[in-house]
Write a protein that binds this ligand. Structure first.
Ligand code: SF4
Length: 371
């Protein structure tokens, strides 16, 4: 780091203290996790906000805290109760990590959230960002956070054009964040930078005319704030064609299967099925998957619906068919468990977002029968 950069950092640090933090204290959004700030509430909020938008998180956050108001209640949660609270929020390992971490806090820290950064960092699901967020926001410790919003703001403030998809660039930015941190005001400074990124320093149309940092922003001064951050072009996202069956019995119940704990979406319930193989017709795929997963032979009826959904690393088209069992009794061969369930009771089980579309469709259907 040369002298000009050191000077720039000092200017930015001064501006954070004199302009950005006062701006934040006046303009911050009223978010539920900013009230009654305890380590537990900060931790739950930061877990939910990972890869998820604020407006999507708010109702989940309120519901989750009502269901599990303390670390001990979370540690003792059943898998279904936990996943039901997380249903539809995605990245379900976050929920499992929260409960595993709560159990560690009860067993090793007497049920009190640890203050020490290394102890926080050692909890399941807690990376450097979240540990710094909890240490600074909940305990007032001097740790700088680096999330997507802070990366965008810092690269613009310093007109820094390193490729932010690279680990080396992120290490440089973390050290810049550490250098501009204001000792004793780390929590406010961190939140102010994140808030600026979320509400003013927007990805495509930054509101520079309203920005409290404009006078020290190299990207703005150069007239090209949106040139930062620089990223290598995104790779094409793979796509999967997936088939699933709504298997109906004579009582009008439908069969749901629980995904194995170690699988993606582990612990959630689903309409059984799987990925279509190359050259395979979709009804044949559903019949094969149900044979492999549950040991049953089925008659495939009409297609009920197609659900399109994007996960973080791939997209799917889920083709759902009505089915009836013609041979065998279901056994949980490639799933953790299965249940026969009335349509009215489906809502008691946690499903992934894609399967929730199927649940909704069934709830709307007046008669469940092989079409
Ligand atoms: S001046 Fe513009 S580009 Fe710079 S930090 Fe503010 S909003 Fe972002």
């Amino acid at each position: 780091m040369g002298a000009p950069l050191d000077q720039a950092k000092r200017r930015v640090q001064r501006a954070i203290k004199r302009r950005l933090i006062p701006w934040f204290l006046t303009h911050q959004r009223d978010l539920p996790w900013r009230r009654n700030r305890t380590p537990y509430r900060v931790w739950i909020a930061e877990s939910m906000l990972t890869q998820t938008r604020v407006d999507q998180v708010i109702p989940y956050y309120r519901r989750f805290l009502r269901a599990f108001p303390s670390i001990r209640r979370l540690a003792g949660a059943s898998s279904d109760a936990l996943m039901k609270q997380w249903e539809g929020l995605g990245y379900y390992s976050r929920a499992r990590n929260l409960r595993a971490a709560a159990q560690i806090i009860v067993a090793e820290h007497g049920g009190r959230f640890p203050r020490n950064y290394e102890a926080i960092r050692a909890l399941p699901g807690v990376g450097p960002y979240m540990a710094a967020a909890i240490a600074s926001l909940a305990f007032g410790q001097n740790y700088a956070v680096l999330d997507g919003n802070v990366i965008r703001v810092l690269t613009r403030l310093f007109a820094y054009d390193g490729d932010t998809s690279k680990g080396a660039t992120r290490r440089v930015l973390q050290s810049v964040a550490d250098d501009v941190l204001i000792p004793g005001q780390a929590g406010e400074g961190n939140e102010a930078l994140m808030e600026l990124g979320a509400t003013v320093c927007l990805p495509r149309n930054p509101l520079c005319a309203h920005c409290p940092m404009a006078s020290v922003c190299a990207g703005y001064q150069a007239g090209e704030p949106t040139a930062y951050p620089r990223r290598s072009p995104k790779k094409k996202v793979p796509h999967k064609e997936v088939g699933a069956g709504v298997i109906v019995n004579r009582k009008g119940q439908v069969l749901i299967a629980q995904r194995r704990a170690e699988a993606m979406l582990g612990g959630l319930w689903e309409f059984p099925g799987g990925t279509c193989e190359a050259g395979e017709a979709m009804p044949d795929c559903v019949a094969r998957e149900l044979r492999e997963e549950l040991g049953i032979g089925v008659e495939i009826g009409d297609r009920l619906m197609v659900v399109r959904h994007a996960y973080s690393h791939f997209t799917i088209a889920l083709h759902v068919y009505w089915c009836r069992i013609r041979k065998g009794r279901p056994r949980p061969i490639e799933c953790a468990d299965y249940r026969w369930c009335t349509i009215a009771d489906l809502r008691q089980y946690p499903f992934s977002r894609a399967d929730l579309h199927v649940v909704d469709k069934l709830m709307m259907a007046r008669h469940v029968q092989l079409q």
